[in-house]
Design a protein around this ligand. Sequence first.
Ligand code: FRU
Length: 463
Amino acid sequence: MSSATDPHRPRFHFTAPQHWLNDPNGLCHHGGRYHLHYQHNPAAAQWGVIHWGHASSADLVHWQDEPIALAPSHEYDRQGCWSGCIVEVDGQPTLHYTGFSDAGQVQCAATSSDLVHWHKRETGRIVERPAGVSAHDFRDPYVFRHSERWYMVVGASLDHERGQCLLYRSADGVEWEERGALYTAPDLRQGRMWECPNFFPLGDKWVLVVSLWLFLGVHVFVGRFENERFVPEWDGPLDVDAGAFAHLAFRGPDGRMLQWGWINEQREQALIDADGWAGAMTVPRELLLDQRGRLAQRPVAELARLRGTELMPQAVTDAPGTRRRFAGRHLDIEANYAMCGPAKVGLDLLVSADGRERTRVVFWPEARRLSIERAHSSLEPRVRRQDLHAHLELDPGEPLQLRVLLDASVLEVYANERLCLTTRVYPTLPDSVGAVAFSEAEGLGADELSLRVWEMGSMFPAR
Ligand code: FRU
């Protein structure tokens, strides 16, 4: 079903044409187009025997579906072609992924000339698993070039207790040697296992992004890469509460680091089956370092091309305590609040005419807490409705800058380009389209709430 007939189907967040989608995989730019691959079960709207789905785009915002790129075919990947990446080795697109079978997880490779036909290497085990690492905690290769060599990081676990990132090195991108652990979780709270490690230079730093298993969130470390070890200098959450997970980044042709994450469903399988699709991607995000050496993220500028009617034709300023109303289910919202007191500010979205359904995005200045409140987001009892919270520290005098992407059941809230709260909401009433931007501050002067809102178009010209 399309977004025209399925009120929960997003329009400008990538979904599979049908059935199941999880992690982004094999991001690359080839033949003048961006390529997004993804974990896909083509047989059902639930996780199962995973293939690689594929879509491509000339401009990062309009996408076309491509044939399935990778399917289980060998003993070593009989039960699934799990997450991985694509790089060009000597000009040839080369795919690294995790093969899954009864024997456990192995790292595999395949090559292609057209990104349509892939030739798997027969060996099906291109790197050795170190002694002490379980065959069930060894996955998601990420390959990069550095100092005239190829490197690969693989997600793992130390003693089933701590996330760990293993490092391999290769001169030719074919034969690999073990280089030990790049980095191990310093803290037991940082996941029992690390999935989907990404490791790349940004500015004069190196960035390590890991997804904390079991679904604890996505964490980022910024630091140095010295003697084949990672030395962290700063760390923080990238996506809180695992609203989005399994992020994958790659360097685009213009040098930007571009990243997607997977946004899981938050509803029971019977509801998913009735709609026939599951899972969405975040919009592509650009990763940057801020002046203090922290990781910053924002939706790519190209996303603005999907903006249609501007619902607020220009920045508007509200008197204190008043509300600005608009409506829509597919919206791009820029709301900037000058913070000058303890009063809370935010947005109510997907509000029904009778007020029974509503989802609130709210910042509490004294608690330094940004929340998505979902308790009243849906009258359907079979969906998750707990709140999400993030700690957000504003500098003195720093305004709160929210960029809110609402796309039917997908909600992404970027705050000051610093962090993102991502989740799903499933209102049931046809009139749950109301929206209100509010600031409860007293005595605000001009320019204290500026708001711009656009109705968003579709990323799928052909669907
Ligand atoms: C992350 C993940 C990866 C694995 C893939 C399997 O969501 O568990 O570690 O490769 O999904 O679909």
